[in-house]
Design a protein around this ligand. Sequence first.
Ligand SMILES: Cc1cc2nc3c(=O)[nH]c(=O)nc-3n(C[C@H](O)[C@H](O)[C@H](O)COP(=O)(O)OP(=O)(O)OC[C@H]3O[C@@H](n4cnc5c(N)ncnc54)[C@H](O)[C@@H]3O)c2cc1C
Length: 272
Amino acid sequence: MIVIGGGLAGLAAGVALAEAGWRVRLFEQRPFLGGRATSYVLPDGEHVDNCQHVTFGCCTNLEDFYRRVGAADKIKFFDGLLLLDPQGRRGEMSPGMFPAPFHMTSSFLTFSPLALKDKLCIARAFSDILFSGGHPRDLDEPGGISMLEWLRRRKQTPAAIGRFWRTVLVSALSEELGKRTGHVDLYLTSSRIEKYMKETKNLNANVDFYSASTYYSLGIPIDLFTPIFAVSRMSGWTAHVLEQYRNNRLIRPRADYIGTAVGQPWVPIEKR
Ligand SMILES: Cc1cc2nc3c(=O)[nH]c(=O)nc-3n(C[C@H](O)[C@H](O)[C@H](O)COP(=O)(O)OP(=O)(O)OC[C@H]3O[C@@H](n4cnc5c(N)ncnc54)[C@H](O)[C@@H]3O)c2cc1C
């Protein structure tokens, strides 16, 4: 049996098939398993867990997978979710008498950090997600939109954004709401390739090496990568050709970066 993709779904399918007696071959295009459920090590050595912070009792397939690989006891379930806002207001979300997906309704209605108008706009945003089958139409806009923009379009109040959405989403996506989620995996793959090429061929990455992952994370279509590369160089190339024709000699410029090895500190534009 062949499984394509070594994310949670592929791994869960592979393990279940193997336990059912199948011979499984799993193909993963990236050099590591886990897919979006990943972690990475920062240059200072800190290990960052980038995914799967939250699971619910209804995620039965995930629980089944954790049980099969012997990790079920690593998950800690809580009956309620306690939220504390910066002003010290506490609110608890816990299941009530209604069946799922409405089991949190009563605790949501009595949730003290939010006023009624905040709750109503959150409920409206949730109903938009539910009625669009989990795929609101703005997601298909070219380049996508940030989560913060999505919330503003749904007229979410500052309290709803600050006390509810930011708490829930920043913890799950490891991102501020104003930013689109970057592709940490592409950056990690690029840096591994850079290291490998340096070690095995003594080749330095050129100035454009990280452009692809940056452009991709910015939502720029792949077909535009080369035109962007070219357009930013047109004036330089033109000057080069003019100089070359003037002397009728082929110019082969050599340039080695002799600046600081750790790069320059980044200064926000308004502080420059
Ligand atoms: C930052 C972040 C936080 C999250 N937090 C939570 C959370 O708290 N709780 C929760 O329940 N969910 C969370 N999620 C969502 C959850 O991680 C994903 O839903 C889940 O990991 C998806 O698993 P998957 O196997 O379906 O897909 P993926 O993880 O996307 O795996 C697909 C795999 O298939 C591989 N692949 C694709 N095409 C090919 C091919 N042609 N050949 C070979 N390999 C291929 C890909 O490289 C990838 O490894 C989070 C996601 C992110 C990014």
